[in-house]
Design a protein around this ligand. Sequence first.
Ligand code: HEM
Length: 463
Amino acid sequence: MTMETMTAREAPQGKPLPWVGHLLHVAHHGMWDFLAKEQRERGDYFRLTLGPRQMFVIAHPDGIERVLGTNRDNYIKKTSYDSMRLLTGDGLLTLEGDTWRTRRRMANPAFHRESVRRFVRSISGISQEALAAWRWRIPNGGTLDLHHEMMLLTLEVVAETLFGQRMGEAAGDTSGRAFAEALKVLSDRGNTGVRLPLHIPTPGNLRFRRILQTLDTEVYRILDAARKETEPRAVPTLVHMLLQARDEDTGQGLTDRELRNELMTLFLAGHETTALLLTWLFTLLSRSPQVVERAEAEVDAVLGNREPTADDVPKLVYLRQIIDEALRLRPPAWSIARDTVADDVIGGFHVRAGDLVLPAIYLVQRHPAFWPHPERFDPDRFAPDRAKSRHHYAYLPFSLGPRICIGNIFALTEATVMLATLLQHTRISMDAPDAVRIQAGITLRPAGPVPVRVRWRRSRAQA
Ligand code: HEM
């Protein structure tokens, strides 16, 4: 027994109710507010009882470093990813150990900076098409649901850049809604602690099975189409790379089920989070007219009237700061979850084998010891010279360590190009930004539609 283990204490927790623990508290406050309240009252490490599960919540960068860095082999994706497995099966996001390592190596090249540079033309083209459609649909000053529109856009980007195929409006709409519903069902399962196996025909399970069928049909259609291509592509997309990949030892390719799982993973992980980033970003911008003015000035200076290219992305420095700050205040992946393998001590508190550990990204990213005036939306925090003095684990919207988001360069590039295009052509405002409520389920989503008003900055002729 080490000295650290001997002196370790039990992490504090509010009094749990019999059977349900803190489930009713979470239902009453919502996860987002409840965890923030617990941190204020109990400190940076505390426990939570959700039904039968014991959780250890971490709101300090040192503790997060232990889980994702120094002792990371002790914290794995086991039951913590059971809900997600119902949708994606075993894929890059949910796999562990050697299988994960091999799969990650296979997928990495599609996400390198050079590959992502090639996606810029598609991202820009899809954004321009969306704007053209908006011009037809809505008058100057008219409204649309930004969250819904961003989901359609990012889904189309994943389909074209990673799978080499367009979804089209109808399939995009159906799949977008199916993904949104699937995530809602999975979040509800997580929040109630009641997880009946999928084969039991509860109304929720039946709904989920129907959604899975819709999504499977789309994923297998994409795989089929990629298989049937007779001409090799000059630049193979990720789906082509996965189809051709062979195990170094056995020479075996991925099975249909494994391919389906990877496509489902990338579809899901690749569109929802980026759509949420852009949606939340505009709720923050709508309260900060000076930030918008500065951003528009940068876009006008760098781009003028032309479409953004890959070379423009690093020049849009202030836009990137806005994106970084939006990811701080509204991280789409608001927390990570891991299963503890063996007993450990974090921040002087016991963590036991089997505990679910929650490195709470959003709490650490607004921790007052690391972020002055944490609630203030201030993109200048991310001015290039200011990042150096920060604790490395105080900012991790894409996680850190070997399991860092594979799509982080992709997402940041996509968000920059889309934001630049939107700012170049429109002024997006919200009549009631505070009315958009935060719902922290599997991801951080708005509780309902996000109506925004769109005014055109450039006439159709200029566009
Ligand atoms: C703003 C957008 C995004 C955010 C905030 C985000 C966040 C994250 C986070 C926090 C993780 C770690 C999860 C964990 O370990 O528990 C992750 C993993 C992952 N993300 Fe993203 N992500 C974004 C965009 C994307 C995109 C665009 C793609 C693909 C096109 C993608 C694909 C993945 C995959 C496959 C993993 C699992 C990686 C692994 O474990 O090897 N993400 N993401």
